[in-house]
Design a binder for this molecule. Structure first.
Ligand SMILES: Nc1ncnc2c1ncn2[C@@H]1O[C@H](COP(=O)(O)OP(=O)(O)OP(=O)(O)O)[C@@H](O)[C@H]1O
Length: 617
């Protein structure tokens, strides 16, 4: 039988799941953010979580998705407290983490490709992507870019729908949405939630959404409602029984023509009560009244029944794949990420175009300021400063890559949480796609300045200069990535990465000779300083084997700026190796130093991986 869209549709119909949470509480220090909240929801159902601002809606979503463990109580799927939620659930956060230069269609298609089995035919993926784009009302803007600081893109509400679409297209068994309708007008909110409901019913997806102020029709799309105030349950049950509870349980019937959701939020909002004790007592009383009513009227979580054990697709997802399978999947996802990164890098003018311009500018600057250095001993210090400047400033400017790394990292955090791929695939794709881009930057810089400065001529010397500089810049870029992964806040990452580069400059051996450094710094910092190895290599490459002319003074004597072994032989010249000897870098092994530089770069890449393994947000 021919593969058709119905194949993929049927593959994506999930087995029945029941998500239950039993008496979950969450405290930070001594403050109780959630208290004894219980409930359940199953495949095909939509649960709304509502409550005044600060009621604990995002917190409970974090508990249900197991992003944050509850202080007490349990969260189970089909009775299993160890179900792998990253494999079962897609979580759509309040903020939209998207790559600004991709189009709407590309964004959703990449999400689909990252989630589907490698064997899924492209037409099936395209069909699913097309359906989701239509369902989210994005057909008109499917070819438009998302937008970023330099290029205005789609609207905030459309971005919200792209984020939801990117989750929905992966057909997760559980879909968790934090404020899916923020930024959407009431008609669009209703359309989007109607589409989610249709897809959820059709494919048996369990949907949980926190929501602010839904209008009547939107509210009615939900099967169940959990109403929170100050972390306590004000109501949990079918949406269509809320009216009865407000009237009979609380003596606050919904006025004629009023929206029950608005009315309930008015009752449970205690933010404007000035006395904190009275506020706490009021909320406690409302929670007690709900508990008594729920018991008397059979509301609350369904009776725990016998569950099917997790099996089928969900079970497969929660089970670890064999090593071979995992590696294959990982290689497949890495390939897709590389493709996406390449598009991102090639289109991201702000992050990458401007940087290329900056490296070009630095090349022109060096070429015109250190212009045509004669091979004389008087110009040795100028040559040294060229090498120092090239390593230190090109390395330093790697901080310009931090904003783009942070944008990419946010997308990674979202997709990783949703089980699309792990830190291994991400780091590998990032590490590989950065290579040609940085190489291009360093190549442009080198071509522009190497010959006009008059560094050691010869192709071999030029290519060594290029290679060493490229390794140094790649190491610096890797260092910036590690810093930004640890501290994903732009200003903080920028400050720390700049400080580190300044530190490496200070202990590298240029400003103060390495052997003159205080032992405390020399014994460790100098030896792990990538700039020190790169500087030594560039100087060695330039001066080794070179003969430099010295000055003949008025009295006929010869003056060299460095002690020369050649003057004793009757030549008024300075051997480049004499300078190297004086600097303490004579006889270094080019291969060894280049290998150490490479190892430092790789260590940073491994550090990036380790940081991302442990730092999940
Ligand atoms: N890690 C934390 N440390 C301290 N306070 C926290 C922490 N997490 C949540 N809170 C507090 O718990 C309360 C509930 O926060 P939460 O973000 O869950 O509310 P919310 O209902 O989603 O609010 P909103 O609708 O405004 O987004 C807030 O007062 C918040 O400040």
């Amino acid at each position: 039988m021919q593969g058709s869209s119905s194949d993929i549709e049927s593959q994506q119909t999930h087995e029945r799941l029941v998500l239950e949470w039993d008496s979950i509480s969450y405290s930070v220090k001594n403050s109780k953010i959630l208290q004894d909240v219980s409930g359940s929801v199953e495949s095909g159902e939509m649960l709304a979580i509502m409550g005044p601002s600060g009621a604990g809606k995002t917190t409970i979503l974090d508990m249900l998705s197991k992003r944050v463990p509850a202080t007490s109580g349990s969260v189970t799927v089909n009775g299993d407290a160890h179900a792998d939620m990253s494999a079962l659930a897609a979580y759509v956060e309040q903020s939209d983490a998207l790559l600004g230069v991709l189009t709407v269609h590309e964004t959703i298609r990449f999400a689909a490709r990252l989630s589907f089995d490698p064997a899924t035919p492209a037409e099936q993926i395209n069909e699913r992507v097309g359906t989701v784009i239509a369902d989210m009302g994005l057909t008109e803007v499917r070819g438009n870019r998302i937008g970023n600081a330099v290029q205005r893109g789609i609207s905030g509400g459309q971005k919200r729908r792209v984020t939801i679409g990117s989750a929905l297209v992966t057909m997760p068994p559980i879909l968790i949405l934090d404020e899916p309708t923020s930024g959407l007008d009431s008609r669009t909110s209703r359309e989007v939630l109607t589409a989610i409901r249709t897809i959820a019913r059709r494919h048996g997806i369990l949907v949980i959404a926190s929501i602010h102020q839904p209008n009547w029709e939107t509210f009615a799309l939900f099967d169940k409602l959990l109403l929170l105030a100050r972390g306590r349950t004000m109501y949990f049950g079918p949406t269509n029984r809320l009216d009865a509870y407000l009237a009979d349980g609380l003596d606050h019937p919904v006025p004629v023509h009023a929206n029950p959701a608005d009315h309930a939020l008015e009752i449970f909002n205690t933010d404007f009560m000035s006395d904190p004790d009275a506020r706490a007592a009021h909320v406690a009383e409302l929670a007690a009244r709900y508990a008594a009513y729920a018991q008397a009227h059979g509301l609350g979580p369904a009776e725990k029944g016998a569950h099917e054990p997790l099996g089928g697709r969900a079970g497969q997802l929660t089970r670890r794949k064999g090593l071979g399978g995992a590696l294959k999947q990982s290689a497949y996802r890495t390939g897709i990420l590389m493709e996406r990164n390449t598009i991102n890098y090639s289109r991201n003018l702000l992050a990458y175009g401007v940087r290329i311009g900056m490296y070009l500018g630095m090349g022109v600057m060096l070429a015109t300021i250190w212009v045509n250095l004669a091979p004389t001993s008087a110009k040795v210090n100028d040559r040294l400063s060229v090498h120092f400047y090239s390593v230190a400033f090109l390395g330093f400017m790697s901080v310009a890559g931090i904003p783009a790394f942070l944008e990419e990292r946010q997308v990674f955090v979202r997709e990783r949480m949703n089980g699309l791929y792990g830190p291994g695939a991400y780091v590998l794709a990032n590490s590989l796609v950065t290579l040609p881009y940085l190489f291009l930057c360093v190549l442009l810089f080198s071509v522009l300045c190497y010959w006009s400065i008059g560094l050691n001529p010869g192709a071999e010397h030029f290519f060594r200069f290029l290679g060493v500089l490229f390794l140094a810049v790649y190491t610096a870029e890797s260092q910036s990535a590690v810093v930004a992964a640890v501290l994903p806040i732009f200003v903080a990452a920028l400050s720390i990465a700049s400080f580190l580069n300044g530190f490496w400059m200070s202990v590298g051996g240029y400003f103060i000779r390495a052997v003159n450094l205080p032992r405390f710094w020399y014994d460790w910092a100098h030896w792990i300083d990538y700039q020190a190895y790169a500087f030594d290599l560039l100087v060695f490459n330039d001066l080794h084997g070179l003969t430099l002319g010295c000055a003949t003074l008025a009295d006929g004597s010869c003056f060299c700026d460095y002690p020369s072994s050649l003057t004793a032989l009757g030549q008024c010249a300075l051997a480049g190796d004499d300078v190297l000897q004086n600097l303490g870098i004579r006889g270094i092994s080019f291969k060894l130093y280049a290998s150490i530089l490479l190892i430092i770069a790789l260590v940073y890449r491994v550090m990036l991986y380790v940081v991302l393994v442990f730092k999940k947000r």
